[in-house]
Each structure stands twice: as C-alpha cells, then as structure tokens.
Write a protein of this length. Structure first.
Length: 127
C-alpha cells in the first residue's frame, strides 16, 4: 500500500473540507492509515491562529499522527536539495522527509517541489 506524507496546506484543506471528492477520498485514506507528516508541518499547524475548538482539533490530529522528525539522512538530503536549487528550508525538509521514507507527498503546492529527482507528488486537486 502506498504511503503518503501530507503537506501543511492539505491538512488545512482537509479540515475545511474544501477538496473535491476525489481529493477528499485520498486524504481520507491517508488519514485513516495514520497520517504521516514532517515535524515542519507539526510546527506550522501549531502556529495557526484559530478558534479554541479548531486548535484542539489540530492538536488531536497531531496526537493521532505519525510526526517524522529530522534525521541525519533528512538533513543530508535537505542540504543537497538546497545546494542544487532554490528552495526554502521548510520545503526542502518536507521533500527530504518524503524522499527518505519513500512516501508520496500530498500537496497542491507543486511549484515548490518540481524537478526534485525521485520525489513523487500527488496533487489532490488534479485527481
């Protein structure tokens, strides 16, 4: 079964139910199988300025997820990505995490992850 790494923007779209049915189905499957995301996504999610109920929902979501911390392998891949192209550090860490684990990255922010050798990207808006 394919494993996914979920980018922050897709968590937001999932929480707001703004994805098209095919995108919601992919996200439902990824979430039901225990969602995987980078520690960068955890940080970004916890920084959301929102109401108390949504904030608690985000914390519960994180608690039920597999948060992938930065390892030596991820650092090395991140450095290689940053030296080879213009990419922001958080995006490079997310891409390096997906590569290190062999996960497909779910994001609609494809432009930040184009031309990264070996990175599989799934845009839930293009299903």
């Amino acid at each position: 079964m394919e494993q996914y790494l979920i980018d922050t923007n897709e968590v937001s779209h999932y929480f707001s139910a703004s994805l098209l049915p095919a995108g919601m189905a992919i996200m439902d499957a990824a979430v039901d199988a225990v969602p995987n995301f980078s520690v960068i996504t955890q940080i970004e999610l916890l920084c959301w300025k929102t109401d108390t109920e949504t904030e608690q929902g985000v914390k519960d979501f994180i608690e039920d997820s597999n948060v992938l911390n930065i390892t030596t392998e991820i650092i090395e891949a991140c450095v290689t990505l940053r030296k080879g192209r213009k990419i922001k550090t958080p995006d490079a860490i997310i891409a390096a995490t997906a590569l290190a684990y062999g996960y497909t990255l779910i994001t609609n922010n494809e432009k930040d992850f184009t031309n990264i050798k070996g990175l599989k990207v799934l845009n839930p808006y293009k299903l």
